[in-house]
Design a binder for this molecule. Structure first.
Ligand code: SAM
Length: 198
């Protein structure tokens, strides 16, 4: 029902969407998973043409991709380092028959950006610096890892062609190369829409 509504352009309440998750995943939503209205707005910007390939960098429990795949005609890919979250996401996609989405268990530094047209980034590497509300106890704080992933992302974005879109949410912009222009912002400046000019 939830996905039927999203497919027909009707937005749904965030707490209602989060009911699809088991309790321990639902509890993390406020801090770690993109709100439905944010995901819809970001996905509609990222998908310009039917079939555009969008990568969610750190897909978590799949929320951004599941919403984006339901409210647009793009193809959504979520890369996620935690295998248990990839399993939850893939199970939800098949349970709700969402076919334009795929979840990949990998670290972002194993992914080449050449296969994608657009990118979504919800400050995924911040968990390496801030341990105030962890997803689990598997990631130990490490400034080095934060720096390594951020520069990998920056470098991959630097190599993308003109016209590439990025939406960043709660990010400090460290990962966005200068060749991207900020087109506009929303949600009090926390959601930013970028397009590569050259
Ligand atoms: C803030 S959550 C966002 C989840 C999802 N994008 C959403 O908006 O609903 C960030 C996720 O990124 C993942 N992550 C962090 N560093 C990563 C890395 N280097 N490679 C792959 N996934 C990573 C974390 O495991 C976490 O699930």
């Amino acid at each position: 029902m939830i996905f039927k509504l999203l497919r027909s352009g009707i937005s749904i309440d965030d707490s209602r969407f989060n009911e699809i998750y088991p309790p321990h995943i639902k509890e993390l939503a406020g801090r770690h998973w993109t709100p439905v209205d944010v995901a819809e707005m970001a996905a509609r910007y990222l998908v310009e043409q039917s079939g555009d390939r969008v990568l969610d960098i750190g897909a978590g429990a799949g929320k951004f991709c599941l919403v984006g795949a339901s409210c647009t005609s793009g193809m959504f890919y979520g890369v996620e380092q935690r295998e248990s979250l990839v399993e939850i996401s893939n199970n939800l996609a098949s349970k709700h028959n969402i076919q334009n989405v795929e979840f990949i268990h990998a670290n972002i530094d194993q992914i080449s950006f050449t296969d994608f047209d657009a990118f979504y980034f919800y400050n995924s590497f911040f968990e390496n610096l801030d341990t105030s509300c962890p997803i689990d106890n598997k990631i130990l704080p490490s400034t080095k890892l934060y720096d390594r992933y951020t520069s990998y992302l920056w470098d991959q974005l630097r190599r993308t062609p003109a016209g590439t879109r990025v939406v960043s949410y709660y990010s400090g912009w460290d990962e966005i190369p200068e060749s991207f222009d900020l087109e506009y912002t929303a949600f009090g400046g926390y959601l930013n829409f970028w397009r590569k000019s050259s």
